[in-house]
Design a protein around this ligand. Structure first.
Ligand code: NAD
Ligand code: MG
Length: 416
């Protein structure tokens, strides 16, 4: 079966000096993963010397001030702002430096195509798909944090990787953990991969309380510090649903060999059970700088600023099943995983629309699942043949957004 995640290279491992000389591009440098990535780079420069991990390009959507500050601090060659109306502001913020400024969607995609050895894909949402493809097509090492582009365009990415030979290293903590545990072994020997979920802020909330949950409550994640979307997806457990689909495409694992287990401490990130009864786990402190450092240095290891894991402090590791009644998004994602074709593309688009509406206080928390379910019902996306065609895929994504938007408005009117 096809897979996105890189195979372990045969032969000699690269020298650490070659790893540290890699030029790095960060797409989405002002977000949670982007900031953590630059923190890993800063730490590497402290430990290994100022020349470590030179920055080729940084991109952001609208936060000119932080982007310019990052470009100055890390001596980036290029800084790109997605919102082209901010171009003059960016140029001004970079005046007196040799950093090249660029703006607009095309410039973000072009940044991914610039010559760098590593591209960190840390843009949120399906907006990452074309930039990720641009990096894959030129055969870069692609550290992929963005899950939406894998969910929406998994088959397309698989084809692009097969053609270019790009090495894609998962950054999402559970998938990075699976990648480390598998270490190039055959997935044929794997009986089941279990992804753990913290359970989010509403893990033990009754349904009636969830119904009136506010955006502030929903994005207040008990363990991980993340961008708003990933935090909210963790509260609905859609995050884990998207991650099952992500794991399917990354590792070529069939739906029936993928499972979820709630683990509130977020220390064990995955469990890989083998045919012979062995189960291997990956443990680390819940700090994204560990998988980020791993993806940048792979197949070697570099120091990261993460504090490491002390089980004497954690004391207890507990596990429980997810409640499908209170977290219907997980079941919806599992249905789409089994259905295949374009169902995951529609699921993802509807979820992105519903999340925006909830954050804007236009719908209630439990409406998110309803909107996703109704959007899927309105469009089966049954033509799986076009899953490898970018334009057709983006058209399905847009259609699903329109449909989800209509459903949102109907719910809003009824709520008002
Ligand atoms: P975030 O919202 O904090 O940051 C998103 C970044 O993308 C910002 O730099 C923003 O400027 C940029 N961006 C937003 N819209 C854009 C657009 N249309 N075009 C170009 N750039 C755009 O998000 P995050 O939490 O850092 O998450 C990034 C991705 O990583 C998501 O796909 C998320 O699911 C995944 N992820 C995040 C975490 C985490 O700990 N934050 C963990 C696992 C996976
Ligand atoms: Mg994750």
């Amino acid at each position: 079966m096809n897979r996105i995640a890189a195979a372990v290279p045969l032969g000699e491992l690269p020298d650490l000096s070659a790893v540290l000389a890699r030029r790095v591009t960060v797409l989405g440098s002002t977000g949670s993963i982007g900031i953590n990535t630059l923190d890993v780079v800063a730490h590497a420069r402290k430990v290994y010397g100022e020349d470590a991990l030179p920055i080729e390009a940084l991109t952001a959507q609208s936060n000119v001030e932080l982007l310019a500050a990052q470009a100055r601090e890390f001596h980036a060659r290029v800084a790109v702002i997605g919102d082209s109306t901010r171009y003059e502001d960016l140029k001004q913020a970079l005046s007196g430096t040799v950093v090249e400024a660029a703006a607009g969607r095309g410039a973000v995609i072009a940044a991914a195509g610039r010559p760098s050895e590593i591209v960190m894909v840390a843009i949120v949402g399906v907006a990452a798909l074309e930039p990720a493809l641009a990096a894959i097509v030129r055969g870069a090492n692609v550290a992929i944090a963005n899950k939406e582009c894998i969910v929406a365009g998994g088959a397309l990415l698989q084809r692009a990787i097969a053609a270019s030979g790009a090495a894609v290293i998962p950054v999402d903590s559970e998938h990075n953990a699976v990648f480390q545990v598998l270490n190039g072994g055959s997935v044929e020997d794997v009986a089941r991969v279990t992804l753990t979920a913290s359970g989010g802020p509403f893990r033990d909330w009754p349904l009636e309380r969830m119904r009136v949950a506010t955006p502030e409550q929903a994005i207040a994640h008990p363990i991980w510090s993340m961008g708003k979307k990933n935090s909210l997806d963790s509260a609905t457990l859609m995050n884990k649903g998207l991650e099952l689909i992500e794991a399917h495409y990354l590792f070529g694992l069939p739906p029936e060999r993928l499972a979820v287990l709630v683990h509130p401490q977020s220390v064990v990130h995955c469990l890989v059970a083998y045919a012979d009864g062995s189960t291997l786990a990956h443990l680390s402190a819940p700090d994204m700088r560990t998988p980020i450092a791993h993806a940048i240095a792979w197949p070697r290891r570099i120091a990261s600023p993460s504090a490491g894991l002390d089980l004497a402090i954690v004391k207890q590791l507990t596990f429980e099943s997810a409640d499908p009644r209170r977290f219907p998004c997980l079941g919806l994602a599992q249905d789409c995983l089994r259905a295949g074709g374009l169902a995951p593309t529609i699921l993802n688009a509807a979820n992105e629309v519903a999340i925006e509406a909830f954050l804007a206080r236009r719908i209630g928390f439990l409406d998110i699942a309803r909107i996703v379910e109704d959007t899927l019902g309105a469009d089966s996306g049954s033509n799986g043949d076009i899953a490898g065609d970018l334009d057709a895929l983006l058209a399905v994504d847009r259609r699903a957004r329109v449909s989800a938007g209509d459903i949102c408005r109907r719910i809003e009117i009824n709520v008002a």
